[in-house]
Ligand binder design. Sequence first.
Ligand code: BYC
Length: 330
Amino acid sequence: MYGNAYVDPENKIVNSITANEDPIKLAEFESRIAAGDKIEPMDWMPAEYKKQLVRMIEQHAHSEIIGALPEGTWITRAPGFRRKLALMAKVQDEIGHGQLLYSAAETLGKSREAMTNDLITGKSKYSNVFNYPAKTWADSAVIAWLIDAGAIVNQLANSKGSYGPYCRALDRICAEESFHLKYGHDNVVFLATGTPVQRAMVQDALNRWWEPIMHFFGPPDKESIHSATLMRWKVKMGSNDDMRNMFLDMYVPKIWDLGLTLPDENLHKNEETGRWEYTEPNWEVFKQVINGNGPCNKERLAVRRKAEENGRWVRKALAKPSEKYVTPLS
Ligand code: BYC
């Protein structure tokens, strides 16, 4: 199904990260992975497998929570009651996905408090795409269609991966995301086939979101740090470039069918290789954004920190229901 971008023929990478592991247990673990078994929380696993899973699942959970914010700003301004209801349901779903993923990460021993703390102090990453503003209603349509589409490409593949709790969470998430995608597509089609002003608005949103969407799948394979390990142990089931290519294959024709354009004159499918060719997005911008310097990073974390502060009394009350609490509303 996927390309072969990630191979470690002399086992150099895996030998260096598993040097301290019991070789017999490691061999058993790898033969289970090769056989397509699911690894469960109480099973033996190499320390690096656990560490990589915590990093990736936690980042994914944070992305769902922070990802609810740009679209969330449109709930009060959505055009019409039906769209407002649909957007509200979508945002609630995204928060629910965060909860599922935090639970999956907790099975590996990191507490939810520690994960939240790492998010609000800026130690943990979350997806680059959620550090941009949703300036118009068309931005929320593009997010719901194309970012959810990108997420499904990635998550559907990885739901066939090796770690049971993550795969089961992804199964559930993909089912819900496929509704989001339909909702987003409907919104984009409505605007693209609407008045000249609506059409210009959705074209403008697409122009602004295209580079972040290309970044969404991660750095090019040759620069990816973790892919070799994650693909060997079937946490990632396709490389970053494979996933990006699959997304382009599925969605560029649909975008062009609507008469919309993409801000890359070099974008085309090479029919001989079956791969899409494009101008490399600016990876320096990507690095800046994922390291805290995007247009909205500070604002997003400030909102999350405020929510954490406002909810402190609820957590205390749940832990010690008999005590009296001063709430922000009392
Ligand atoms: N954004 O070695 P690489 C949603 C980092 S939410 C930020 O290739 P890997 C939705 C990477 O972490 C769904 N950082 O990494 C929600 C690493 O840094 P560290 C979001 C990125 O892990 C609400 C460094 O770059 N999806 O759909 O092999 C509303 C080197 O990269 C990004 C997921 O979270 C990025 N885009 O591959 C609407 C999927 N890309 O950790 C929608 C789960 C890379 O060493 N995650 N970095 O400091 C994955 O599949 C993989 O982690 C990635 C990256 C493909 C993203």
